[in-house]
Write a protein that binds this ligand. Structure first.
Ligand SMILES: [Zn+2]
Length: 144
């Protein structure tokens, strides 16, 4: 059963959720906010090569809405890459996932909480990094 989307924004707390041109300060850059539904659309359509009908079903929206979201997401990413802007990913982050197979890490979010597969190598050998670094106190005050 699909979870409801949460598009909570968290600013400034999770630096790794930014993509920005190298060697330039964030404060000098224009920011693009990639919303949770746009990130999910990119993940399903571009990363997982899902048909738009299937992807729309998974997100609980119509195919046309999915197409609009995906188009918006592509435009934002292209704008960021080509015009050298910072891209901010806005879903709420609840932890970091680590892939034992390729060593990749990514943020677990409310949106992607059901993910049990590495988005890079598609291995199922993934685990929550937080389990191995408890006592790492940088996230004080962060609640789900
Ligand atoms: Zn991997």
């Amino acid at each position: 059963m699909p979870r409801p989307f949460k598009t909570r924004r968290i600013y400034g707390e999770f630096a790794s959720d930014y993509f920005k041109p190298r060697g330039r300060r964030l404060s000098e850059l224009e920011e693009i906010h990639l919303e949770a539904d746009e990130i999910e659309a990119l993940r399903l359509a571009d990363l997982k090569d899902e048909y738009q009908n299937d992807a729309a079903d998974k997100m609980g929206i119509s195919r046309q809405t999915f197409g609009n979201i995906l188009k918006r997401a592509h435009k934002k990413v292209a704008d960021g890459l080509i015009n050298g802007k910072a891209i901010l990913l806005t879903p709420a982050v609840s932890g970091k996932i680590w892939c034992r197979n390729c060593g990749g890490t990514w943020a677990e979010t409310d949106l992607f909480a059901e993910r049990e597969q590495c988005p890079i190598c598609f291995s199922n050998e993934v685990e929550l990094e937080a389990r191995h670094h408890s006592g790492h106190g940088r996230r004080k005050g962060h609640k789900r």
